[in-house]
Design a protein around this ligand. Structure first.
Ligand SMILES: Nc1ncnc2c1ncn2[C@@H]1O[C@H](COP(=O)(O)OP(=O)(O)OP(=O)(O)O)[C@@H](O)[C@H]1O
Ligand SMILES: [Mg+2]
Length: 428
């Protein structure tokens, strides 16, 4: 009896040691959202334990009971997270059918891990062929769960998880930063996704004002100490603006000058991309080696312009240059902002878009009351007036930039009427 008790303790101590040794190697998991749908406690328990591990402190993990059917019901009305873990006791054919149904509600960027109860190589191959990232056979341990998440999101060989979206104005003062901040806030809010904003306008950046933040440290510390940059250091420089939104703030002071090498921000941006699924870059209206490089390397580029000739000329130059720099990428996105300034001569939306070969994602009206109140109170537009049409347009932009929606051609009637509204703009 005592021998048996001794053996059991020894065996479980050995298992814990093995688990600890396996975990030792694993690096912290970035700010991703994970939802698990389980059918048995044998699987939900290790997932819950994994969620409480220090390596998962930055990730948001939620476990539901109910398996794939619950997930299908759930995602009919909710956005899918970065990772879904699904347990299924179903036989292979049924499991594949369930997954096919779920895929209709899954964002393309969401990864799926399946924990099944059939040790079947043909099933494994079929699942991987259908885009499932990993198939594990129950029982699984906490270390297995963290290991699979690490392989998908931390592995240095793996692609950085974060999508970078660079915002630049076709001219100074067109509202590029305001739009970048509001789109970032919207993405973190409606998709429950972690977003990092980097304010690259070091002398004059306004993200700190717009988010009512005054952090002691920010992007300047990182750019002047490139040898120190890693995820842990970056974390210390981030200011929390909202539940899932953090800011790498500009100092917005002039006590030093800001001349940078062409690749000065590359490391910071790449590190941010390893730590959050969405990285918004507020690029000032400048043409330097580093601003050009930042655009050249971004996953998406959004040009904000007001409907005037100098903006159109600059936009055309940026679009043409990006085509040369990024021949295998989609063209940048266009937002027309401050449309309909009273008594201002404006170029119509179609005349502006046509030479660029771009359809604007949004045509945002000039609304000095809404934008002025938001800016002066350090609040986002959606916090000031969630029902304002401009807020609806920024929601749409957030959907398009995260691949959740296309630029709708059926939105054209709305656009056209808006264009018509702003057409007679010749000043008298
Ligand atoms: N649609 C709009 N209607 C009214 N005011 C707006 C609109 N969009 C932006 N603004 C205001 O225009 C001003 C300039 O905006 P912002 O700083 O975002 O522009 P920017 O393009 O980033 O400028 P900079 O070249 O200085 O970086 C701000 O006061 C902002 O509140
Ligand atoms: Mg700006």
């Amino acid at each position: 009896m005592s021998n048996l008790a001794y053996d059991t303790t020894n065996a479980s101590a050995a298992a814990i040691d093995r688990e600890a040794a396996a975990m030792q190697e694993l690096r912290p998991v970035p700010r991703i959202s994970i939802q698990a749908f389980c059918e048995t406690e044998g699987v939900s328990a290790p997932i819950e334990r994994a969620g409480a591990d220090r390596r998962m402190a930055k990730a948001h993990l939620k476990t539901h009971m109910g398996g794939i059917q619950t997930a299908i019901d759930f995602y009919q009305s909710a956005p899918t997270p970065n990772l879904i873990i699904l347990e299924s006791r179903n036989e292979p054919k049924g499991l594949l059918e369930n997954l096919r149904q779920l895929s209709e509600f899954c964002d393309p960027s969401t990864k799926v891990v399946v924990i099944g109860h059939y040790n079947d190589v043909a099933l494994y191959r079929e699942l991987i062929r259908n885009g499932v990232s990993e198939y594990m056979v129950a029982p699984v341990s906490m270390a297995d769960i963290i290991a699979v998440i690490s392989t998908l999101f931390v592995d240095p060989e793996a692609e950085p998880i974060g999508k970078s979206i660079a915002f630049i104005g076709a001219k100074g003062g067109v509202g590029s930063s305001t739009i970048a901040h509001n789109v970032a806030w919207t993405m973190s809010n409606i998709f429950s996704s972690e977003v990092v904003i980097a304010d690259l306008d070091l002398p004059f950046g306004t993200a700190n004002i717009n988010f009512d933040q005054d952090p002691a440290q920010g992007i300047a510390e990182a750019v002047f100490a490139p040898e120190r940059i890693d995820e842990v250091y970056l974390d210390r420089l981030l200011a929390q603006c909202a539940e899932r939104l953090s800011l790498l703030a500009a100092p917005s002071t002039l006590d030093r000058v800001y001349d940078f090498d062409a690749d000065a921000f590359s490391m910071i941006i790449e590190t941010a991309q390893r730590s959050a699924p969405l990285v918004v870059l507020d690029v000032p209206h400048l043409w330097t080696g580093w601003s050009k490089n930042t655009l050249a390397q971004a996953d998406e580029i959004v040009i904000t312009a007001t409907p005037e000739l100098a903006n159109l000329r600059n936009c055309k130059n940026i679009v043409d240059l990006l085509k040369k720099l990024r021949p295998n990428d989609a063209p940048p996105r266009l937002i027309i902002n401050q449309a309909g300034v009273p008594k201002r001569t404006e170029i119509s939306v179609s005349d502006f878009s046509q030479p660029l070969g771009l359809t604007p994602m949004a045509v945002i009206p000039f609304d000095p009351v809404l934008f002025g109140n938001a800016a002066n109170n350090g609040r986002m537009l959606g916090e000031m007036d969630a029902k304002n049409p401009a807020v609806g347009m920024l929601n749409e932009v957030a959907h398009i930039l995260t691949g959740r929606a296309e630029i709708k051609s059926k939105a054209k009637p709305g656009l056209t009427s808006l264009i018509e509204k702003f057409r007679p703009k010749k000043s008298k």
